[in-house]
Design a protein around this ligand. Sequence first.
Ligand code: URA
Ligand code: SF4
Length: 220
Amino acid sequence: MTAAKAPGAARYLPAEHGLDALRAAAQCCRGCPLFADATQTVFGRGHPGASIMLVGEQPGDQEDRVGEPFVGPAGRLLARALEDAGVDRASTYETNAVKHFKFTRKSGKRRIHQKPGRTEVVACRPWLIAEIEAVRPQVIVCLGATAAQSLLGAAFRVSAERGRRVLLPASLVDLEPEPVVVATVHPSAVLRDRSERHDESYRLFVDDLRSARSGVVATR
Ligand code: URA
Ligand code: SF4
């Protein structure tokens, strides 16, 4: 089944594709089962004409409650890394491949993050594509495999390709000039890496963000 024919978010997209209209319509999305248990749709946030778009996996516990992406611990690490890479966070747009929090409950209370499956990623992709077409970023940074595989295909391997500039598959988005994509690890992976490698993982993450920044040409 092609992405276009798959059941998913496409039928919930509004006729008008401005960010505000998209954000409002996404609140009512029922394109996959994840809407049922989450608190709300967590749509992207940031500069509407951002030259850099950052794409995470899905909202976490705190993002689900607040309704905004990257407000929890991963977001704090990301903010620090962006600063260290010389990227002004206020000039970016941040979003996720999947817009609802997927979790299981542990002992009735704590909500434990679950990785979204391929079907959910594909179901949710129309929102991400619409955001890319509305924001028209020059560079898209995929934070982790879920974001990278949403845009670059299920065979894409972050470990092999991280930090390199690649192009989106033809016809995925309708943009001229086409944005370039840089994939890197997810900030949660850097956060979780408490071994003696932590400093090195953080440094490599910042290097990838710097490489993304250098893909922005100063025309706007
Ligand atoms: N992790 C993500 O991928 N996205 C968020 O918004 C928060 C944590
Ligand atoms: Fe819609 Fe995406 Fe939420 Fe699924 S995860 S209901 S496709 S917004």
